[in-house]
Structure formats: C-alpha cells, structure tokens
Design a protein around this ligand. Structure first.
Ligand code: DGJ
Length: 544
C-alpha cells in the first residue's frame, strides 16, 4: 500500500480514538473485543471483560436445560434475576455423538440467544467427569468399556467413575475440548463467552482412588518430583523429603492425594490443549468436603479440588486459572470457611454454584468482600416443571433484589473488590451483633427489622451488611434487614461525632444518584436501618 495512504489511515484512526474519548466513549467500549482474562495485584484478582473488572452476577441452569426447547424458561429466570451471566452446560455426548464429527448447533443457539439477551455466558464442559461419573461421555465411548474404563474399588468392585489413567479417554476429551475452544474462537469474536468450566465436580464417589492393576503400579512407584518441592510438601502439611512412594511420602493421605494428582493431571492436559487454541479463563469446580472437621476422604468426592488438595491441583493443572467451590453448606461457619479457603493469592475466588434459596443469598456479600469475581446460584430455571412466571419470580425474588441493586454498579463493585475496599458481615445462626473495622471508625451491625421504638429479630439468619470504604470517613452502606451504628476509634476514640450526611440512592453510569437524604427518624435513634429491600446509603461521618 502507498505509504501516504498508510500515514493518512493512521492519522484517521488516531483521530477516531480521540473523537470517541471526547464524545464520552468509555475505556471498555474502546477495549471491547479483548479476550477476557484474570489479573492479579497484591494477591487480589479481577476478571477483565472488555478490558475492565467485571463481576459475574450469575445463575446456573439445571443440568439438562441447555437444549433449545428448554431455553425459554432459562431466559425467564435470567431476566427475573437481573443476572448478567448465564452458566449453562454443553454436552460432549451431543457435540461428538459420532467419533470425530462435531456438532456445534447447541453452542450456536446459546451464543445467539445470549447476545439477544445482552448477557454473557460461562460454558460448562460436561465431559469425562460429571459429579464423579462419566455419564456425559458419548455413547460410542460408553459402549467400549475396556477402552474407556471406570476405576476399580479397593476390593476389586466396579465404581461408577472414569479412570484418570486412560490415555485414550484423555486424548479424546482433549481433542473434543480443543474443537469446542477453537469453535468459540471463530464463532464468538465478541466474547459472549467469558469463562469455561472444564468437566464438572471431578473425582470419585465410592472409592478414594483407583485400585486397578495399572493404577496400583503407579501408586507403588515414586511420587513425581513436582510434588516433592519443599513449598508444596509444606503446604500439604507433610515432612519435606527428597523421594519416596506415595505411601512413604503422604502416609494416611496417600490414596486421596494419588487420586487428586491423577484426576488433576488428566484435566490439566485437557485444559492446556483447549487453552492453546483459545486463551479464555478456565476453571474446575469442587464438590466440597466439610471444611472444618478434616473428614476421611471416603466421605466425600475424592480426588476433586477439595480445599486440602488445592496445592496438588495447582501443580498438576497449571492451565486451570482457578478452583471453585460449589457451596451447598448453608450454615454460616462452614460457608464462610469455604469462601476463606478458596480465596488465595494463587486462586481467584469464584462461586459457580451455590444454593438458590434465600439463606444462601447472604454469601453474595461475603464473596464481594473477598474480592470474588462472581457468584452464581444453581438451578435457576424450573427444570421443565411448568412453573408460571409468578412462581418463578417468587422463588428468585431475594436474588433478583440483590442483582437489581448490584447491576448498575457492577463495574464499581468489581473494582472496589479488586482494591480490597469492601467489608461485609452476614447474619449468623445465633443472630449475634457483629462489628466491622473501618480504620478511624468501627461499624456495629445488628440484624433484624427496627424502626422508631420497635425492634424485631429476623426469624431466619438472612440479614447481611456490607461497607464500601470510599474515604476515611466516607462509606457506602449496603444490606438487608440490618441496622448500622458507628463509633470513632483509634486517634478519634472518645471524640463526639455525627452523621454529616446519609444519602439514599443508587449508582447509574458510574455515579451515585440521590433519591433522598435520610435524616430525622430515618437516621436518628441509633443510625441507618435497612429493611428487606437491599439499599445503598452513601454515608459521611464527622467528629466535632
Ligand atoms: C452439583 C453439580 O455440580 C450440579 O451439576 C448439580 O448436579 C448439583 N450438584 C445438584 O443438583
């Protein structure tokens, strides 16, 4: 091309950027099209979508709801919830029903309808593992049990869980997953799909590991050098040794760790193959163990990324960006412990599944306070049960209220979480009063409904409160069924103080829009209260 034309084109495109910025185009518009990715700073993480931190306000469809005929109900749920992301499975048995022949029609339908609904997708690759079994393997694999075997139990009994030691299955899965990722790269240049889950709750129920002849041989061999690094052994609470068999190095945990290593290596291989053609963020979800009592691996799904084997998964599957907890433990001690355990500097926190009933909604605030990249309750659609719109709205109401509050400030919440500016408390089963440290101030949060001279405890522990620290004395108070009071602490301890202003409103296009100033009864009598509808209070305090 003529060099003068090239110069003119460069000048023209530079002008376009200047013009876009002048007419108010955002950084994200200019960046749109950039591949979603996860970034880390000071041990905190952000999922960048269109170049900016993005918070997944998600909902996961039921397992068999990714079919076109089921999608209207799924969209009804997504709209009702005001979600910005649908998590939905795609099925190996459907995509590769004949060996080597790939059908992406369901993926196409999902891409088209998701764009029509102006939301994003997280696709769940239901393949070798689905809740520990291989029920989503294509029929042609299920019919060839000797080529694609299951694991064998300690006493030789059959176990309904795929072997992680079968090269043929691993290669077949990697090939199919690569085709999916390649297809997405071509069919989805606008990145409707922002993340992909590889397999679903892998591991094995019914046997802590594979005891087949082949697996036994590996088990009696030496532990791979990658796992013998001192920092890994220390993270696993094991003595540092230079070599040894699985039993010698890991003692009572040897069976589970061996299974975890084998499953993670297999999935790491599949993930790396897919990532090589399309670098979207990838994750694996975990069926949890009790995070407090250190139970025996025979009581949970062994080999999956449970909290105790995260270091093994990190070494064995580096192409996986994060390991994610599926939270079905509703009591606050356990749920909060899980959130804490999966928020690590080497592991961005993401909750891809959690119960959809009201008591779980409070953990949305905990995830935000941990700088999590998203939250996504499971089973949002009616699963073919013929629920009417009113029933669906009633079922999803608590979530819908939270997402309605969060949607207009989604980018801000993601940024504040990334910067560590959010703190939260959730109502515990004992309904106890809790405090939040805010530097020069301490907030006390009481749960229940209260008004002038009235106070009522919540019947169930569903209250929650979060504080976004915007300045030393400037906060956003957000919550439901709670009551905030403050006291000056540190260098301000003992000083008299007052609310300078309590403004109720919401975020719109990046700035706070005032609905009303709360004063008088709405702030006196011990500070701002929030009822059943999530409310945002821009609050400034002063000492005097
Ligand atoms: C966890 C699994 O990951 C989901 O696919 C689903 O089976 C739910 N359990 C519960 O039904």
């Amino acid at each position: 091309m003529d060099s003068t034309i090239v110069k003119m084109m460069r000048i023209a495109s530079a002008w376009c950027v200047v013009a876009l910025l002048t007419v108010g185009a955002t950084w994200s518009q200019i960046n749109s099209g950039s591949v979603p990715r996860i970034v880390e700073k000071n041990g905190r993480h952000a999922l960048l979508v269109d170049g900016q931190p993005f918070l997944i306000l998600g909902g996961q469809a039921h397992n068999s709801s990714g079919w076109p005929g089921m999608l209207p109900q799924v969209w009804l749920a997504i709209e009702t919830m005001h979600a910005n992301t649908l998590e939905v499975p795609i099925y190996w048995e459907q995509i590769e029903a004949q060996p080597g022949k790939f059908d992406f029609s369901l993926v196409d339908t999902l891409l088209i309808q998701t764009r029509e609904h102006n939301v994003h997708l997280v696709l769940l690759w239901f393949a070798t593992w689905k809740n520990g079994s291989s029920h989503y393997m294509p029929e042609w694999m299920k019919r060839e049990a000797s080529k694609y075997p299951n694991i064998t139990g300690r006493n030789g009994q059959p176990v309904d869980s795929p072997s992680p030691h079968t090269q043929a299955a691993m290669e077949a899965d990697a090939k199919a997953f690569t085709m999916v990722m390649k297809y997405l790269k071509e069919a989805d240049p606008q990145h409707t799909v922002i993340m992909v889950q590889v397999e679903n709750e892998p591991g094995a129920w019914g046997s802590v590991r594979d005891f087949s002849v082949e697996a036994q041989k590996l088990f009696e061999g030496q532990v791979p050098a990658e796992l013998l690094k001192p920092e890994i052994l220390k993270a696993l609470n094991k003595p540092v040794v230079a070599k040894g068999t699985w039993k010698q190095v890991f003692r009572n945990d040897a069976d589970e760790y061996f299974q975890a290593w084998s499953v993670a290596r297999y999935i790491g291989y599949v993930a790396a193959a897919g990532k090589a053609v399309n670098p979207l963020p990838l994750y694996v979800n975990a069926a949890l163990r009790d995070p407090i009592s250190n139970p025996s691996a025979s009581t949970y799904e062994s080999g999956g990324p449970t909290d105790n084997v995260i270091p093994i998964w990190k070494v064995a599957a580096p192409a996986i960006d994060l390991l994610a907890p599926d939270i079905y433990l509703s009591d606050s001690e356990r749920a909060l412990k899980v959130i804490e355990l999966y928020d690590r500097s080497d592991n961005p926190l993401f909750v891809p599944e959690i119960g959809s009933s009201e008591e779980y909604t409070r953990y949305f605030y905990s995830v935000l306070a941990h700088g999590g990249i998203g939250f996504s309750p499971f089973g949002i659609d009616d699963n073919g049960q013929g629920q009417g719109k009113a029933e669906i709205e009633a079922r999803l109401a608590p979530l819908a209220q939270e997402y309605t509050m969060a949607s207009p400030m989604m980018r801000e919440l993601a940024q504040w979480g990334f910067e560590g500016k959010i703190k939260s408390v959730v109502e515990r089963e004992d309904h106890a009063v809790q405090t939040i440290d805010l530097g020069l101030w301490q907030a006390t949060v009481k749960f229940g409904t209260s008004g002038w001279r009235t106070e009522k405890t919540n019947a169930h522990p569903i209250g929650k409160a979060m504080v976004v620290q915007l300045g030393e004395c400037e906060f956003l108070l957000i919550g439901t069924l709670c009551h905030f009071t403050f006291k000056p602490v540190g260098i301000n301890a003992g000083k008299s103080w007052q609310y300078l202003k309590v403004e109720e409103g919401k975020y719109e296009n990046g700035s706070f829009k005032l609905l009303r100033i709360r004063n008088g009864d709405e702030t006196d009598w011990g500070g701002p209260r929030i009822g059943a509808v999530p409310t945002v209070l821009h609050t400034t305090l002063i000492t005097r």
